[in-house]
Design a protein around this ligand. Sequence first.
Ligand code: ARG
Length: 556
Amino acid sequence: MIKDEIIIALQQVTGSEDIKLDMPSNKDHGDYATSVAITLAKRQKKNPLELARELVSKLENDSELRRVVSKIEVADPGFINFRVSDEALVDNILHPLTPSSKLEEGQGGVLSGERKAVVEYSSPNIAKPFGIGHFRSTIIGDAVANLLEATGWKVYRDNHLGDWGTQFGKLIYKLKSVNRENLTIKDLVDLYVEFHKEAEQDPTLEDKAREEFKKLEEGEPENRKIWQFCVDVSLKEFKRVYDVLGIKFTENDGLGYGESYFEHMIKPVIDELQEKGLLKSGEDDAKLVFFPDDKYPPLMIVKKDGTTLYATRDLATDKFRLDKYGRDVVIVNEVGAEQSLYFEQLFELEKMLGWVKEDQRVHIKHGFFRFVDRKMSTRKGDIIWLDDVIAQAIEKARKFGSDEKLSKTVAVGALKWNELKRDPIKDIVFDWDEILSMDGNSGPYLQYTYARTASILSKVVPEKQSISEPFDEKEKSVARVLIHFPEIVQSAAINYSPHVLANYLFSLAQEFNSFYNAERVLGHEREEARLLLTEAVGNVIKKGLDLLGIEAPEKM
Ligand code: ARG
């Protein structure tokens, strides 16, 4: 990519390996900018402007670089700005880099060794609704996994189903007294709610539920059977959601390793904690880990009745991952921000155990979700079923065409884009008008822009290799956005930030639409060049949407 060529040239003239190349905040200043002269001048106690000028005069003699860069300028207080050459702008379009093709190879110099990551996302709970939070995790996690894969990582896609824990004691207790035929996940949730109501009247129920869970942990066949029933009913439901959303996992035959999988791997972890002197008894015989200098509150590992917790199972899970995928695997959990403290405790403990290094554990946190639409407010006990949200989206997307398949593609794309267009940590105010808007930052807007390029190209197919002159100024403003695609994908991947790619695609779509609204493509004397430009825009949008897990229909 163009960026790499500039970096290599800068490495040669500075002798520094560590070159950062950004996009200047003002596009008029160029396509790339570096502050390396400022950094080096500080170190060498030189004048940054003078050093920048010195470097530029050397760069100007670099014939390789001069092919891709037409202007190199110094700006206060020592920045060096680069303007990509006309030749390179055209070249980029005739030989576009796509993440699936050259990007991986191009990364060779940047990365050392094979990088591997477990990306864990979705992770809904058995016998509970597939919540909006799980939806956020599903969409963001899937996009992160796609981005890592596209930049050369080996990715293991895992789903940490919440299929174990004391709540199953409560459900088993209830399920023993009802006819289980034809129950759905909604019935299971109702039974759970009922249990809590009854337990308010009769607190001994809590003990009975604990007993049922203990029996389940001990492998009692009847309780196992009822538990399996709950898992089956729930998975059927989750699978429907994953099918609509086009979501897949690679681990454990596509099911993901749920919490229950680790049940029998817990003892060695507790032993290791004990051996390393990390486990202390609490007041009532529960076992806890205390952190040095009370950096975090203590983390409970074993309850007073001997049963295990969420944290215990997470430790066993990560131990399993490190054993299975290698000690250097990066483990990424896409989970709501409300679990931030918990994950900090978990990561700290895994470091104390000597299992992982600093950058090896990543928590991608998403914020909360609110509905502006009053009818969908989350009143107490009033559950929002994701199914209903998807069905509503499909209903509303019918305005984009009568075709059922298209409505689904647009609806799912709109819901996904709404998740991916902003930093996950930001709260979302769910607003149908925004989500399905045709002229704002929305899924349909991006899909429509792609369909527009496809429609132009369906009329005339450009013949390659045929641009003899450089782009004109109007074409250039589009071509200049296109050159940044590969590095945007890299940066989105490295920072686990799909929104970086989404924001880029949105500005590309805007740039292209304003070009297209003001200029002719078909029948213009520069038709050939403009068709190639249109094709390149379409390819980048399609590829970009694909990385975000969003389909791009040919017609809309
Ligand atoms: N099932 C959990 C929940 O719904 C999320 C699991 C997140 N992953 C993990 N390794 N703890 O809250």
